[in-house]
Ligand binder design. Structure first.
Ligand code: ATP
Ligand code: MG
Length: 271
């Protein structure tokens, strides 16, 4: 089961969001099996993060996007459980402040890109500037339409400077979103999450789907691929995201630094 290959959006290809089934669970037909597999992957991630941190050469940037109630918070808490908090942080991007709006749209995100050895997670990201901003005409079309190329150029700079980028779109169906928003009204442990904006934004579902389709299609690149994760089943979503992160870190062939490397690092040589 190569989930990375299966859910990666091919750079330069034709991408249609409607081709992706939010209910897909591949051949994993039992929640129990998925939870066990995920637990095993979480253990491997804990080890890989330790080596990433010690090696201190590259960093991992994980970008999470999705509609309201698509499970961005839940994915972070499940997938990263057990990871040493010293080498990992999450940044949530909300509506920009006045100061942020006085700068270019990438300014606020750039300063939160993880440094060497660190895993940084973006809960929402610079993609909001071609999503909510486009759906609500917060800037004119000739401004947002240039941003796809600007995002690709920005991410290429990061990738060429040792930042490994993985972007996940948590794909839920409109019905599943309705169910989750209803659940928030009933379950006292979830009702703190209710926001009036969620119901209002739901009315723009189709516009958001179109905006996501363009963002993902235009910005899935070799150096910063998008993955469309079937997210109606939380247990499958957690499995898929964990698997893809672990596969990517495995591919980096991370190594603990040798004494020679450490001496170089201490001599302030720029690597
Ligand atoms: P949760 O609801 O799970 O707590 P959330 O990410 O939805 O998390 P909210 O405070 O509900 O957090 O929403 C943040 C809002 O900020 C979203 O509606 C998002 O679209 C908006 N936002 C983020 N970036 C921008 C941006 N660049 N321009 C305008 N709005 C933005
Ligand atoms: Mg919200």
């Amino acid at each position: 089961m190569n989930l990375r290959k299966q859910f990666m959006v091919k750079p330069g290809g034709k991408f249609r969001l409607s081709d992706h089934d939010p209910d897909e669970v591949c051949n994993v037909d039992e929640k129990k099996e998925a939870v066990e597999l995920t637990l095993h992957l979480t253990g491997r991630l804990v080890h890989l993060q330790k080596v990433l941190y010690a090696e201190h050469k590259r960093s991992l940037l994980i970008i999470l996007q999705g509609m309201d109630a698509s499970g961005k918070d839940g994915t972070i808490s499940h997938v990263m459980s057990g990871v040493n908090p010293q080498g990992c942080y999450v940044t949530a991007f909300k509506e920009p402040t006045k100061v942020e709006l006085d700068h270019d749209f990438l300014w606020r995100v750039h300063q939160h890109v993880p440094g060497r050895g660190i895993i940084g997670i973006f809960n929402r990201s610079h993609y909001e500037d071609v999503l909510v901003v486009r759906v609500h005409n917060l800037v004119p079309k000739d401004v947002w339409s240039k941003r796809y190329d600007q995002i690709n150029a920005f991410e290429e700079i990061l990738a060429e400077n040792n930042v490994v980028i993985l972007k996940f779109f948590l794909n839920i169906s409109k019905d599943e979103q309705a169910r989750r928003l209803e659940e928030r009204k009933i379950d006292p442990e979830k009702s703190w999450k209710i926001s009036e904006a969620d119901e209002a934004e739901r009315k723009f579902w189709d516009d958001y789907q179109a905006a996501y389709q363009d963002a993902i299609g235009k910005c899935s690149t070799k150096y910063a691929p998008w993955f469309v994760i079937p997210a109606n089943k939380k247990w499958f979503r957690n499995l898929a995201v964990s698997q893809i992160i672990v596969d990517m870190l495995d591919d980096l062939k991370l190594k603990y630094p040798t004494q020679v490397n450490l001496a170089k690092r201490n001599s302030k040589a720029r690597q």
